[in-house]
Each structure stands twice: as structure tokens, then as C-alpha cells.
Design a protein around this ligand. Structure first.
Ligand code: GRF
Length: 210
């Protein structure tokens, strides 16, 4: 945590930014005891950058470099430097479409969280809601988890279920998963900012003072 002052979030995203919006609302309402110190994106024209700018949150577009699914070495160093400069306590991935690895995860070990649109460990990877629908499951949902070296593999912090309806399309199912995401991501970040989440191996525990 930074020496003084509130818990500081660094949010990384590539897309629309609806999860960022819900987190920003949570911070503004006092439900999350934190402030958003910085928003970084690998997509210059993304909704998340527009939303953050509109709220007066510091933003930066950092080009990802030569790879399609991860940051190259130069970009990774720039992301780390920007987050360190902003004295970020927790890195929040909100639709960031690059896999984070080596140096980044070493620097922010245990301090990176992600939200995924399925009940992990089912359906990791891209378009998880569509994978779930195509597989024929009756219940899916979303998962907040710590980020480790595996893709969508880290210890689970929170999950919410979403029932699959007979008349669901990929779009209608995704819309309800998004609603659930906007509930559990701010709630999970609030628990972390309060220092209430303890990790032991693959399990996390919500410790609240009696
Ligand atoms: C969410 O569905 C999240 O689960 C996934 O990326 C999407 C981001 O949406 N990791 P948004 O940009 O927050 O609207």
C-alpha cells in the first residue's frame, strides 16, 4: 500500500469500460475505499479511456508493441513504470486483452485481479459466455480472480451465477453476465482494499472482524 492516503487502483482495459464505470461509481459512492489513480489502455480509441477522461481520472494509452496477445518487453516496462509512478496498490484488469506475464507479475505479485465472464475453471479464454452457451450448460456466471502465470487460472476471489435461459442468445446471456460483473467486481475490490481477503494456496478467505 502507498505510504499515506487511500488505497490506489490502476485499471487496465482495452474495450468499452463498463466494469471500469461500475468501479468508478463504487469509489465515488464510498462503497470501495479506494481511488482510481490511473487508467491504462492498449487501445487508443477505447471506451474505457473516454470514460476515465470524462471523470477526470489520469489516463495513458501505451502501445502494446509487436505481439498480438501480450505486451512486448518495452511496453511491459512502460506499463510497470506508469503504475509505479502512480503508486498503485492494486492492478485491476477490466477487459484488458493482453496476457500479462513475467516481469509484470513479478513486480505486482498477488496484486493483480481480473474478471472473467464464466464460472472458472470452466471456459477460460476468449468469448467464455459463448463457449458456455455452445456447450449447453444451464448455469454460468462470472469470476473475480487473482492473476498468476496461467491464463484465467489464479485463485478465485468471488463468483456469481447466471442461469442460462432456453431463449438466450449470446448477446442476451452476456448482458446478464455483465450485470453480475458490475455487482461482484466492485464488491471484491472493496474487500481487498479493506484488507479482508486472505489467500492460502488456491483458496481465498473473506476475514471480517467479529
Ligand atoms: C468483461 O466481460 C470481462 O469479463 C472481460 O472483458 C469484458 C470487459 O467489458 N474480461 P468492459 O470493457 O468492462 O465493458
Amino acid at each position: 500500500m502507498s505510504e499515506q492516503g487511500p488505497f490506489r487502483l490502476g485499471v487496465l482495459g482495452s474495450g468499452l469500460g463498463s466494469n471500469f464505470d461500475s468501479i468508478a461509481q463504487g469509489c465515488a459512492a464510498g462503497a470501495i475505499p479506494a481511488e482510481i489513480a490511473l487508467v491504462l489502455s492498449d487501445a487508443e480509441d477505447s471506451g474505457i479511456l473516454r470514460s476515465a477522461k470524462a471523470l477526470g481520472v489520469p489516463t495513458s494509452f501505451i502501445a502494446p508493441g509487436k505481439y498480438r496477445t501480450k505486451l512486448d518487453e518495452t511496453a511491459e516496462a512502460e506499463y510497470i513504470a506508469a503504475l509505479q509512478e502512480a503508486e498503485v496498490d492494486l492492478v485491476v484488469l477490466a477487459g484488458f486483452m493482453r496476457i500479462l506475464k513475467g516481469e509484470f507479475l513479478k513486480t505486482y505479485e498477488g496484486r493483480v485481479v481480473n474478471i472473467h465472464p464464466s464460472l472458472l475453471p470452466s471456459f477460460p479464454g476468449l468469448e467464455a459466455w459463448k463457449q458456455a452457451l455452445d456447450h449447453g450448460v444451464k448455469v454460468t456466471g462470472c469470476t473475480v480472480h487473482f492473476v498468476d502465470q496461467g491464463v484465467d487460472m489464479g485463485a478465485i476471489i468471488a463468483q456469481e451465477t447466471v442461469r442460462v435461459r432456453d431463449d438466450d442468445t449470446a448477446e442476451s446471456l452476456l448482458a446478464r453476465i455483465h450485470d453480475a460483473e458490475h455487482r461482484i467486481y466492485p464488491a471484491a475490490i472493496a474487500m481487498i482494499a479493506h484488507g479482508e481477503i486472505e489467500q492460502r494456496g488456491r483458496r481465498t478467505f473473506h476475514k471480517v472482524d467479529p
